[in-house]
Structure formats: structure tokens, C-alpha cells
Design a protein around this ligand. Structure first.
Ligand SMILES: Nc1ncnc2c1ncn2[C@@H]1O[C@H](COP(=O)(O)OP(=O)(O)OP(=O)(O)O)[C@@H](O)[C@H]1O
Length: 204
């Protein structure tokens, strides 16, 4: 489904480039492991379309995604920070992720309400991101990603800073989506996240 073919990138011409190659099938999770600065976020940004590779290709179901804008790729990303629109409340942040015009069906509105309750944020829909804790913001970002229901999820340290109970809950939500066919690229320093979620661990 996702075929990363010798995707090379460097921030400056004199820098030794990274070369990334791997494949991912529906329902599969690859965990990217490596020390700080090894290039995990760089890979995520290349897949998401926020960075342009110097060479190689990125195929989705056999078609190149390189010319596809980030928001048109079949991908949802949850990065370490800056995931939410600061000027929109929680409900609008999530709604915008599901439908660009925020025109949600009754069923979708219900799914948002249920999702907020499930991640322990029931009743906080009208809060602004600045009125949430770091862990609450991360839960909103993850819930939005899951409700978007795209076939490929890019998760860069998605569960960092959450307490053990919330971590376990979100992991089980991710596993549910994975079992329904969502493919996941996960960058995590957490051994347990990698063990529970990943089918393959790749060392950078
Ligand atoms: N915009 C940039 N311009 C130049 N160099 C950059 C830029 N962004 C990142 N780098 C460098 O590229 C390298 C890889 O960074 P990256 O953020 O991908 O690492 P990482 O493995 O995700 O690290 P961490 O685990 O700390 O999040 C680092 O040496 C970093 O300093």
C-alpha cells in the first residue's frame, strides 16, 4: 500500500543525506527507533509532505504521492506539538479535521461527543486549546486523527506526557483502528508503545 523507495533528503547540500526505504501494508505498524536527532521527525515530515525529498519516490497503491499536497494525501499526522488550531475550540478543532467546511452529519457529531467522553474529555468541547493541559491537547489531537479515519497514521511521540491510564486507553484505541486496517508509522522512545503497537521496529 505504502512503498517508500530510496527517499533521500538532507537539510543542506553538504550534509550526508538520509535514505529511507520500507513498505507498509494495511493494518501494519512500523516503529521508527533511534536517538534524538537521528531523523525520525524528518521521515514523518517527508511522508506527510511538509519536506520535499531530493530523490526517490513515495508510492501509495502504486501511485506517486510526491506531487500531492499534504492535505490531499491519504494521511493523518499527530506530531509532538502544534497539532491544534489555537483560535478554535476543541469541537471545532476536531470538526475541521473531519470535514474542511465543518459540516458534520449528526452521526459524526455523535462520534465526536462519544470520542471526547471515551478519552476523558467529556464536557470540554467548548474549551480553547490554551485552556487545556498538554496531555488533554494531545488527546484531542489523537482523537481528531482517529476520527478522520485516513488509511495511514503518522504518529510522532503521540503518547508522550500522558499518564499510564490514558496511555493504555489511547493505545487500545490505536490497536482497534489498526485491526480495522489503518497502517501506522510510529516514532516513539517508549519501549512499551513499540512492543504493543508495532509489527516491525526499524532502527535509524
Ligand atoms: N529545519 C531544519 N534545518 C536544519 N536541520 C534540521 C532541521 N530540522 C531538523 N534538523 C536536524 O536534522 C536532524 C534530525 O532531526 P529530527 O527532528 O528528524 O530528529 P529526531 O530523530 O526526530 O529527534 P528527536 O527524537 O529529538 O525528536 C537533527 O540533527 C536536527 O538538528
Amino acid at each position: 500500500m505504502l512503498d517508500v523507495q530510496n527517499l533521500t533528503f538532507s537539510y543542506a547540500p553538504e550534509q550526508t543525506p538520509w535514505t529511507f526505504s520500507f513498505q507498509l501494508e494495511p493494518g501494519e505498524c512500523i516503529a521508527i527507533q533511534g536517538p534524538s536527532g537521528s531523523g525520525k521527525s524528518t521521515l514523518m515530515n517527508l511522508l506527510a509532505g511538509f519536506l520535499t525529498p531530493r530523490s526517490g519516490d513515495l508510492l501509495w497503491k502504486g501511485r506517486s504521492l510526491l506531487k500531492t499536497k499534504p492535505w490531499e494525501r491519504p494521511i493523518t499526522s499527530v506530531f509532538q506539538e502544534n497539532n491544534l488550531f489555537e483560535h478554535l475550540n476543541v469541537l471545532r478543532n476536531i470538526g475541521l479535521g473531519i470535514h474542511p467546511g465543518m459540516k458534520l452529519s449528526v452521526a459524526q457529531q455523535q462520534a465526536v461527543e462519544n470520542g471526547l467522553r471515551e478519552v476523558g474529555l467529556g464536557g470540554l468541547g467548548r474549551r480553547m486549546p490554551s485552556e487545556l493541559s498538554g496531555g488533554q491537547r494531545q488527546r484531542v489531537a489523537l482523537l481528531r486523527a482517529l476520527l478522520r479515519d485516513q488509511p495511514l497514521l503518522l504518529l510522532d511521540e503521540p503518547l508522550t506526557g500522558l499518564d499510564a491510564e490514558t496511555r493504555a486507553l489511547l493505545r487500545s484505541m490505536l490497536l482497534q483502528h489498526k485491526s480495522r486496517g489503518t497502517a501506522i508509522v510510529l516514532a516513539s522512545h517508549d519501549e512499551e508503545d513499540r512492543q504493543r503497537l508495532a509489527d516491525t521496529v526499524w532502527n535509524l
